[in-house]
Design a protein around this ligand. Structure first.
Ligand code: HQG
Length: 181
């Protein structure tokens, strides 16, 4: 499996584990899990055959650790990024003092007005370091980096979660907690 193929399969899995499982006949279980057998059968039935070996390689090789097997290795889920209702059963966690968010210049006026909003996802996604934030922002052109005063937001009642792959999640970040780097 070359890189291009891995990206294609990873995008297919992300799409159906985060946004539209029903499009390939899947229903996510509590926690966002789906049985590996069932997942591979559904992929094959919809024109995207993936072998068990390929799946293992995709999960292990994902640059952002987008997917995770359960402890038994019989179920898989996306670690974050869902748009459909799914309770990942994450525990509220005290964030580090500062977190980062990379975005596009075009989004800045709205962000200055209303802060960071979750848009189509379940949460606002925040990065633990500038470099990661820069990469996230660069998906939309030249990135702008915002620092989030996570400690103060947490003290003010903001509830933070950390996904299995290290992304910090929060409901919203109002402008008073943001600074442009
Ligand atoms: C922006 C990727 C206008 C926000 C990454 C972002 C991440 C606003 C966009 C994960 C706004 C939403 C998430 C407001 C926020 N007005 N625009 N008030 N508040 N925005 O993709 O954080 O590859 O939903 O800045 O690595 O970019 O999918 O969120 O530009 O972890 O695994 O609205 O997606 O991971 O875009 O990225 P997204 P994001 P994956």
């Amino acid at each position: 499996m070359d890189t291009k193929e891995a990206i294609r399969l990873s995008k297919f899995l992300s799409r159906h584990l985060r946004h539209s499982p029903q499009a390939i006949g899947l229903t996510l279980q509590e926690g966002g899990w789906v049985g590996v057998e069932e997942l591979l059968a559904a992929c094959a039935a919809h024109g995207v055959p993936i072998s068990r070996e390929q799946l293992a390689a995709l999960v292990a090789g994902s640059d952002k650790q987008r997917f995770a097997f359960d402890a038994a290795g019989t179920r898989l889920r996306a670690q974050q990024g869902h748009s459909i209702a799914v309770d990942l059963q994450l525990k509220p966690t005290t964030p580090p003092a500062v977190l980062y968010h990379g975005t596009a210049p075009a989004a800045l006026p709205a962000i200055r007005r209303e802060g960071l909003q979750k848009m189509k996802r379940h949460h606002v996604h925040l990065s633990p370091d500038v470099e990661t934030a820069r990469r996230v922002g660069a998906r939309r052109g030249k990135p702008v980096i915002l620092t989030v005063d996570a400690q103060r937001l947490h003290e003010a009642g903001g509830i933070f979660y950390q996904s299995g792959n290290g992304v910090w999640l929060v409901e919203q970040v109002l402008p008073e907690f943001l600074r442009e780097l």
